[in-house]
Design a protein around this ligand. Structure first.
Ligand code: ZN
Length: 459
């Protein structure tokens, strides 16, 4: 099975290498901004000529918006615009032009209705302050050094890794992986290299064939499984979150920038902002690490995994930090499980977002009309069951899987699931609450509907 995977490593750059990287990132920006200015100038010129009544065929020829077209225009002009161009890799300019070509295409597609989702704005100029420095290498000698502690990139030479790249190196050595590109970027105050790799994976089988597990993503715990297992948040996460909050308060006490009065931020504010940024990165890293460990374990163990769909309305209604973090984790768990179940030969089922997994009694199936967020225990009035709220929800999700198999065995249901899969794919990539993609309009909540509407297979 061929898959595209990313391998990301932190780098330990020398001061000189860091300067080189920033020079490359700057070159990417220069090419991007030059090409954007050129595109705008041609567009304005054509609009002006049209307003004077110039015939279409006599207008200033339009500039090609494709990467090849932009590159051709750039190469013709670079000796004037950037006489220093031989000092950096051509990949740097390519990075900037590629980003612009994509942005222009997205804008055009969005305007013509060819692109779903929120309207895409016209590309903007990139400022040195606001842009994340990044360069992508797609050609030339990109490799992992034999010691597995260095990577070699064109022009930049050998860069030291913060941790060993042995997993990737092993795959490269035995021929099950091929590096397609490498991107170096400054992420959360730290340089990283991310390889896009085509990996030939051996498909696994779940350790427990035929097993079913429901996963409920919680606030207090990372997740609750229908087996009754509470998966805790990673160690140090709570401490890191507390530090993040206190640094946030410290920042708000300092003199920050003000756009209206044009006030520049104080040095203390800038230092505090850097500290806060690092704390944010650490929290994100800890969470991601915990989620990866969890999803890998679940995907290698269980055959069928049932999760809930993203709760969009809940995300809108709740502005609490904790809830936001849980919601973000929610989408991430689902994304990771979707591809890890493919790798491991299992399957992922997604419960409809209107399925009342928390409000349903896992003992007798009675549904409550109301269950406030602070009620941590589910107490059933019908059968007297008292159970942890998240545990109850995960049990309901697991029970759903059995009904899916009976309802989903017919050809009609299978086709329905297939169609929905495509729609789901779009939903999964959307992170903003309250937006509806084009493919989704007309979806109505199932009202006492059949199971095949409540559950869909992710792949
Ligand atoms: Zn009950």
């Amino acid at each position: 099975m061929k898959t595209i995977q990313a391998y990301r490593f932190a780098l330990d750059l020398t001061a000189g290498q860091e300067r080189d990287m920033l020079a490359h990132a700057g070159a990417a920006r220069v090419a991007h901004n030059w090409a954007l200015a050129k595109v705008k100038a041609v567009m304005d010129q054509r609009a002006a000529e049209r307003s004077y009544g110039v015939a279409e065929e006599h207008l200033t020829p339009s500039l090609s918006w494709s990467l090849a077209g932009l590159r051709k225009a750039w190469n013709a002009t670079k000796p004037e615009v950037a006489p220093w161009w031989p000092e950096v890799s051509k990949e740097a300019f390519n990075t900037g032009l590629d980003a612009l070509a994509r942005a222009l295409k997205n804008w055009a597609d969005s305007r013509n209705g060819k692109r779903a989702g929120r309207p895409v704005g016209f590309p903007r100029f990139r400022s040195r302050r606001r842009t994340t420095p990044s360069v992508r290498f797609t050609t030339g000698a990109i490799r992992v050094a034999p010691d597995r502690m260095h990577v070699v990139l064109p022009r930049l030479g050998s860069l030291k890794l913060h941790e060993s790249a042995r997993k990737l190196a092993r795959r490269l050595d035995n021929g099950t992986a091929r590096i397609m590109s490498a991107t170096v970027r400054l992420d959360g105050g730290r340089w990283h290299v991310s390889f896009t790799v085509e990996v030939d994976r051996v498909e696994g089988t779940p350790a427990r064939p035929g097993s079913v597990v429901g996963v409920d993503v919680g606030i207090k715990h990372l997740a609750v499984l229908s087996t009754g297992e509470l998966v805790d948040n990673p160690r140090h996460l709570v401490a890191a979150q507390q530090r993040m909050r206190s640094l946030g308060r410290a920042l708000s006490r300092k003199t920050g920038p003000d756009r209206r009065s044009g006030r520049r931020p104080s040095k203390r504010w800038e230092r505090a902002a850097t500290r806060l940024g690092r704390a944010h990165t650490r929290v994100a890293n800890l969470r991601r690490d915990g989620l990866h460990k969890l999803t890998t374990r679940i995907a290698t163990t269980y055959d069928t995994i049932v999760v809930e769909d993203l709760n969009v309305t809940g995300m809108l209604a709740n502005r609490q930090l904790a809830r936001h973090i849980a919601d973000a984790g929610f989408a991430e768990i689902r994304r990771q499980l979707a591809y890890k179940t493919v790798w491991n030969g299992g399957r992922l089922l997604i419960a409809d977002r209107w399925y009342p997994s928390s409000k349903t009694c896992s003992g007798c199936g009675a549904v409550k009309t109301k269950l406030a967020l602070h009620e941590r225990e589910y107490a059933c009035k019908a059968c007297g069951l008292v159970i942890d709220r998240d545990c109850n929800a995960s049990l309901n999700l697991a029970t759903l899987a059995a009904t899916f198999d009976t309802a989903g065995s017919g050809p009609v249901a299978a086709r329905g699931a297939d169609q929905k899969t495509r729609v789901r794919g779009q939903v999964a990539t959307k992170r903003e609450p309250g937006t509806t993609s084009v493919g989704q309009t007309g979806t109505v909540p199932p009202q006492g509907g059949t199971t095949k509407r409540v559950l869909t297979a992710a792949h």
